[in-house]
Design a protein around this ligand. Structure first.
Ligand SMILES: C[S@@+](CC[C@H](N)C(=O)[O-])C[C@H]1O[C@@H](n2cnc3c(N)ncnc32)[C@H](O)[C@@H]1O
Length: 428
């Protein structure tokens, strides 16, 4: 396929996403199934057009003065690749599968706006109702912080030290372009793709099948490290899901002590069994029965709550979720977070630690929850987050937003990772 056909395909996929309110990944997959002639390179390029348009929706629609699949794809293309309207001309003239060329209104808007500084709202690229939330979270740098959430993400991995050292994994992955990550101890990173490129399919590598590494955002690795799991401890991962944090903690514990992995939704735990086996984790007990959970009350050295949240910190990877999110969903997540913190705290033993994690950037799900929890649960007090960070990552004192009593915030702009929040409390 040539550029014109690829752009047209991206527009079709965005129409499908919009009309049927479905996740971008599902629409992409269905398009692939009904267009089997498209090769891997075509799919990657089309995927980039779809995701770039969604990441930069406000900027693209400002450029065209229209919020349509067409303006998202063309705008995303121009913003990502630079250049003027002539960059699109060849797509229209040399390909009969191309979308109709730019009309007078589109050209007029582009002539007036292309090359002009973007207004704040367009640069931030978040839904209008999220702007005050972002301003509350980041103060005067909210536009820069949100703009970084609209960039293409890197591909991050974690070397599994239960099996092998990071250097050996990096050597095995040499042809993928993976390098040591900046902060996470066992992190490895392939930088964001450029142009119509795509990330290597690392899960097809023999090293992956051997359990030498996991695909995991560096921010997720960092918060797992901050939680403080150590060999010999008794740990409850209360929202274990597919086990991303569980696996990282099992490696930190060198398979000594015990991790109890629980999730209210058993279906979410399904992938954990294969992952544990592949990674060689032998100290993880997946909790399937409520009685088994009840026996842990007041017994745990560490309970981690990787809470269900809006996922606003992951908008680089799931930009379609950014536009689907509603204030009602934010409110529902806050109510769940409160209830889960209260329940999970029962399992912490005196002197033990409760770690609260979200992949959200909103204070409403982060600091507000941490402070409200302390109010409700006087047996707990916040730990010194500066000390926790300094102990774990002494070489990177500036790499996160840290407030001593209020927790640690990782962001694409400051940490170079997805957005994450971490706070920890100790039971007296
Ligand atoms: C952010 S995800 C967990 C991701 C996982 N820890 C990882 O690192 O891969 C949040 C999880 O919380 C679970 N959850 C939601 N409500 C819960 C509750 N009341 N108690 C325990 N888990 C809950 C969800 O099923 C979901 O799997």
């Amino acid at each position: 396929m040539r550029l014109g056909g690829r752009l047209a395909a991206a527009i079709d996929i965005l129409h499908d996403i919009e009309k049927r309110h479905r996740p971008a990944a599902d629409a992409m997959r269905d398009w692939g199934l009904s267009h089997r002639f498209a090769g891997a390179g075509d799919r990657a390029a089309i995927g980039n057009f779809v995701y770039d348009g969604l990441r930069r929706r406000r900027a693209a629609s400002w450029l065209f003065d229209a919020d349509t699949p067409r303006s998202l794809v063309f705008g995303g293309y121009l913003l990502e690749n630079g250049g003027g309207t002539e960059a699109l001309d060849s797509a229209f003239t040399e390909d009969r599968f191309a979308p109709p060329p730019l009309d007078e209104a589109e050209l007029a808007s582009l002539r007036a706006r292309l090359g002009q500084p973007l207004p704040d709202a367009a640069r931030a690229n978040v839904p209008e109702w999220c702007e005050p939330l972002a301003a509350r979270a980041f103060g005067e740098v909210w536009v820069e912080e949100c703009a970084a959430l609209a960039d293409r993400p890197p591909l991050d991995m974690r070397a599994n030290t239960l099996k092998v050292e990071k250097q050996k994994v990096l050597a095995a992955l040499a042809r993928t372009g993976a390098e040591a990550a900046r902060i996470a101890t066992n992190g490895m990173r392939v930088p964001p793709v450029a142009g119509d490129g795509r990330h290597p399919n690392v899960q097809a590598e023999p090293a992956f099948r051997k359990g030498w590494f996991e695909v995991q955002d560096e921010g997720s690795q960092i918060v797992a490290e901050l939680a403080g799991a150590a060999p010999g401890r008794q740990v409850l991962d209360f929202c274990a899901g597919a086990g991303g944090k569980t696996l990282a903690m099992a490696a930190m514990m060198e398979n000594r002590g015990q991790i109890h992995a629980y999730d209210a939704d058993r279906q979410r735990l399904a992938p954990i069994f294969d992952r544990l086996k592949r990674a060689g984790c032998r100290n993880v007990q997946v909790i399937a029965e409520d009685e088994a959970l009840a026996r842990l009350e007041g017994q745990m050295d560490l309970v981690i709550v990787d809470a269900p949240c809006t996922g606003s910190g992951t908008w680089r990877r799931r930009p379609d979720a950014k536009w689907r999110l509603t204030p009602q969903q934010l409110e529902a997540r806050q109510i769940e977070q409160m209830a889960i913190l209260d329940t999970a705290s029962r399992y912490v033993k005196p002197g033990g630690r409760l770690a609260y994690i979200t992949c959200s950037i909103f204070r409403e799900e982060n600091v507000d929850q941490a402070r409200a929890f302390i109010e409700r649960a006087p047996a707990f007090h916040p730990l010194d987050h500066r000390a926790i960070w300094q102990e774990r990552f002494p070489a990177h004192p500036q790499a996160a937003h840290i407030e001593e009593n209020d927790g640690i915030m990782l962001t694409p702009a400051v940490t170079g990772t997805d957005g994450f929040y971490f706070s920890a409390f100790e039971r007296r």
